[in-house]
Design a binder for this molecule. Structure first.
Ligand code: COI
Length: 422
């Protein structure tokens, strides 16, 4: 991978060692933080993807990098270089845990304003006022999407526009401003390219991209925060469940609920996830992989698992709970529905009862993190129902393979879902 010194200012000199480029400050030290750095494209080094990305950004999304003119561009960013050295990581041992990478992206906005001046900064802790809206009143959203490295070196994003629009919808519910779809996409692309060396090799996993939107302005009385931060960090990941593609064992939770009608279950707000920790922890302590939630009105209908959507298969029919406010509109859920229909299954988005679950031939979960995860057993009111013979169900396997092959760029993307970062 090529190294890339991206930004320069008058006080810096450039040294090139091999294919990598290092920047040093006038006093000889490494350039770390400099408040306003000027990009001159003659400095842009060998990483052509990053060069193109920055050029594209400058041409198409002026707010992303704070343009002052066409030749010398002021970029409010301390980004000095994209390291080229291979990362010291055992790709075969990747799970779903945070690995610190090189850069994160941040962009701010005041209440009633527009996001602007996004910047890539070194990954690290952020400073936040103790009275920030997100800390005190949970005014926050997150997203999750993945980048895959293809055999030919290209990088693929999976349906990033869907995440951008879902964040906008969530922001509306949580009384927050949100980045435009274009700003979201540009920020994701810039963050992925700046952390390119952390994208696992083909077949070894993906780069999980975590956009956050949070009320970071201070507010003591209850109300929307006066300032917001959009932040993206990334981490290479492998399987979400330790079981991998092996079937997981779910416990149906009958006391605690994830969401209620009129609440925020249908948006990706941070509080939805803290709310499941107690039931999830209790289930894990009993040896279950996770918890399946029921509707709060009569406890007869399926909602979702803590971090993913649920599907039940009966013959040629696949059913999944309809989206009506308490269930997260998963992007993998939506993709699997389309794929299954394309494969000739009858797919229903409808109320799905516990009885249907217990009588299913096969059950599986979907999500960005979990992809497609087969369910081996369900335990409901002390009764355990197992599916198949303990192996991966044929429908789950088929949908998993088709989806992951498309995400990794191993098949033609006739759906037009992947976005290539060139
Ligand atoms: C995702 O699938 O991206 C999620 O949001 C799940 C998360 C709780 C790990």
């Amino acid at each position: 991978m090529d190294g890339a010194a991206v930004l320069a200012n008058a006080a810096t000199t450039t040294t090139t060692a091999g294919r990598g480029v290092r920047r040093e400050s006038a006093n000889g030290g490494s350039l770390s933080r400099s408040p306003y750095l000027t990009t001159n494209f003659s400095f842009l080094p060998h990483n052509s993807k990053l060069q193109n990305q920055l050029r594209f950004t400058l041409k198409n999304a002026p707010t992303t990098y704070g343009i002052s003119n066409a030749r010398a561009v002021r970029v409010d960013s301390p980004l000095s270089s994209v390291p080229s050295e291979a990362v010291d990581i055992d790709w075969d041992a990747l799970g779903f845990g945070l690995v610190h990478t090189d850069y994160m992206y941040t962009m701010k906005c005041s209440l009633g304003g527009n996001f602007s001046n996004g910047e890539l900064v070194p990954f690290g802790n952020i400073e936040i006022n103790p009275s920030a809206g997100v800390l005190n009143y949970g005014q926050g959203l997150f997203e999750g999407l993945k980048a895959y490295r293809r055999e030919d070196g290209n990088i693929l994003l999976f349906r990033p526009k869907e995440n951008a629009t879902r964040m906008m919808m969530g922001a509306e519910r949580m009384c927050m401003p949100s980045p435009s779809v274009d700003q979201f996409l540009q920020a994701v692309k810039a963050t992925v390219l700046a952390n390119e060396r952390w994208i696992p090799p083909p077949g070894k996993g993906s780069l999980y991209i975590r956009p956050l939107l949070m009320g970071t302005g201070s507010i003591l009385g209850l109300g929307p925060a006066p300032e917001y931060t959009f932040l993206i960090y990334v981490s290479p990941v492998g399987n979400y469940f330790k079981e991998g593609l092996s079937p997981i064992n779910l416990l149906v939770e009958t006391d605690m609920h994830r969401a209620c009608p009129g609440g925020t279950g249908g948006v990706k707000t941070i509080g939805n996830y803290a709310a499941v920790l107690k039931a999830q922890g209790a289930a894990k302590a009993k040896g279950f992989s996770d918890v399946l939630y029921l509707n709060s009105v009569n406890k007869k209908l399926l909602e979702e698992v803590s971090s993913c959507n649920i599907f039940v298969v009966k013959g040629n029919t696949i059913s999944t709970p309809e989206i009506e406010g308490t269930i997260l509109p998963g992007i993998t859920r939506k993709s699997i529905i389309d794929m299954a229909r394309d494969q000739g299954f009858q797919v229903f988005e409808k109320p799905v009862t516990v009885d249907e679950l217990l009588e299913a031939d096969e059950v599986f979960c979907t999500g960005t993190a979990v992809v497609v995860s087969p369910v081996g057993s369900i335990t409901y009111l002390g009764k355990r129902v197992t599916y198949g013979s303990g192996g991966v169900g044929v429908v789950s396997q088929r949908l998993y393979s088709e989806l992951t092959r498309l995400q990794m760029g191993l098949v033609d993307d006739k759906m037009g879902w992947t976005v290539e970062l060139k």
